[in-house]
Design a protein around this ligand. Structure first.
Ligand code: ADP
Ligand code: 5GP
Length: 198
């Protein structure tokens, strides 16, 4: 069982990136992974099947339902949620040890997870990624071609709820350009004064 104490007050910044499915979160994270090794990207556990090209331990640790149950029971997840029929969670100890070693940490998680982090780690920076328009979100999600039509429908239903929660976040970035969003996100992550955001 892991200790449930959080990182100390002088630990590095924890940033959460959320937004509706298809908005471009994974694309932004991939870009940051490629060009900014100073940022540590948490790798979540997930019960869904890997998409073509996804590797275990890189995009996710792909686990069975029984393994996920065990992680929850042991208190090993900082947060977790069920999303569109699958479960996803953030391994707690890896996040805390990176923060303690002064490395900025980025979590790419859904709205329910962002709310849990807000409660357990109030100093975390919550960033909402918004599409330029609803039509563009539908285009991106269907254009990705990785989900069956009924799964796309399910994700779009969740997207309406997620878009309505934008005001719960500290910062909104509009994903018109991946490069621009990465630059803005990094600026927020590295800015020591943005703890005082009002
Ligand atoms: P998410 O991780 O939020 O579900 P993805 O990163 O998988 O979304 O992106 C969904 C689709 O949108 C992908 O096909 C991706 O290439 C595309 N995409 C992402 N960002 C942009 C952008 N700024 N402009 C155009 N297409 C984008
Ligand atoms: P996907 O199946 O498209 O990779 O992810 C579906 C949703 O799950 C996305 O909104 C993504 O942000 C979210 N997600 C991924 N990992 C986690 C996690 O560890 N915790 C939570 N709460 N959501 C996650």
């Amino acid at each position: 069982m892991s200790a449930l104490v959080g990182p100390s007050a002088d630990a590095a910044r924890l940033t959460v990136l959320s937004g509706p499915s298809g908005v471009g979160k994974s694309t932004v994270v991939r870009e940051i992974r490629r060009h900014h090794p100073e940022v540590w990207l948490s790798v979540s556990v997930a019960t869904r099947a890997p998409r073509v090209g996804e590797r275990d331990g890189v995009e996710y640790f792909f686990v069975s339902d029984a393994e996920f149950d065990r992680l929850v029971a042991d208190g090993d997840l900082l947060e977790w949620a069920e999303f569109a029929g699958n479960r996803y969670g953030t391994p707690r100890s890896a996040v805390f040890s990176r923060l303690e070693s002064q490395q900025p940490v980025l979590l790419e998680i859904d709205l329910q997870g962002a709310r849990q982090v807000r409660r357990s780690m109030p100093d975390a920076l919550l960033v909402f990624l918004r599409p330029p328009s609803w039509e563009e979100l539908v285009r991106r999600l269907t254009g990705r071609g990785t989900e069956a039509p009924e799964v796309v429908e399910r994700r779009l239903r969740a997207a309406r709820e997620e878009l309505a929660a934008e005001e719960e976040f500290d910062v909104t970035l509009v994903n018109s350009s991946v490069q621009d969003v990465c630059g803005e996100l990094l600026a927020w992550m590295m800015d020591p004064n943005s703890q005082d955001r009002g």
